[in-house]
Design a protein around this ligand. Sequence first.
Ligand code: B12
Ligand code: SF4
Length: 265
Amino acid sequence: MALIRSSDLVGFSLMSQDVRTLMPPVRRIRQEQRIPTIGGGIHPTALPRESLDDFDYVCVGEGEEPLRQLHERIREGNRDASDIANIGFNKGSEKILPVECWFVRDLDDLPFPDYRFARSFVLRENPPGARPGRTMVRIPSAPAAKRELFRSDALLFYSQRGCNMACTYCSNSLYHAMARQAGARWYRVTSAGRVKAELQSHLSQLPGLDHVWLNDDDLLAREPSELEDISSFLKNALRVTFNINAIPRHVTEEKITILARNGLR
Ligand code: B12
Ligand code: SF4
């Protein structure tokens, strides 16, 4: 609670399974500190009206530009978000849901996710021997100390958003419907050049990692030439192994051969 005392807005990212754990602190922030809260991620996207029972604002769909605009608005002392795409909010007793839906057109236009952790904290299990429970600790900027804190050998990475399929039980079917209505595309790919620059930047911020989890829903939707370009860079320039997700429809011997030669595990 002390950490957020001077914040303009407090954001939470949540899946449906997180609701029970997250809502008690969200309610406390609203009631005790009177700082506006916003929920984003798949749960508020799928159930925005219900999520407004607890959050002041919700982000329905992608958040980069809507959150920037909302933050600017709140800093100006104005809490009305009715003209900001993707943002729903409580206006008195009325729940206002967004009319317009924004999707980033070109993933290459987004800045890299920030792994410098210049002023970031993480909730960590107390070490053995200490008082049981969890403590908020500041993420150190020194690479070796960062590695000690995270104790991970792998980087989770995305080079695409969405999946070309739309299985009914999967979030992709919801996002495809939202994008269709907005005249936008849900399934988008980052250029191979940007993928390489981004991977290089992340691994320089997080040294010591020797494996990358390319966690796109279906990496093999890419052409063989792009798979060669990205995977040979992982092997020869970054010297890391990798694993992927893929759906059967795009699995070919040619693609698997390229990836296996370049370090697929
Ligand atoms: C990465 C991922 C994981 C990773 C990392 C999870 C993590 N805790 O970060 C791993 C593999 C560990 C994982 C595990 C699970 N996952 Co998962 N996972 C995903 C996946 C593939 C991508 C999510 C992601 O990070 N995308 C990249 C970011 C940039 O995009 P994004 O999350 O959509 O965020 C954007 C917007 O939502 C918004 N936004 C998000 N947060 C916020 C916050 C604020 C304040 C704002 C303003 C905006 C905002 O802005 C972002 C940028 O535009 C999604 C499917 C998908 N393609 O979306 C499933 C998905 C989220 N997972 C799902 C599930 C069910 C799980 C598990 C519960 C499975 C299980 N039974 O064990 C576990 C839970 C583990 C845990 N404790 O967290 C479901 C959730 C469904 C639901 N209604 O909750 C999804 C949607 C897949 C599906 N089947 O439909 N998962
Ligand atoms: S193929 Fe997999 S990721 Fe794609 S829509 Fe179906 S379940 Fe979701």
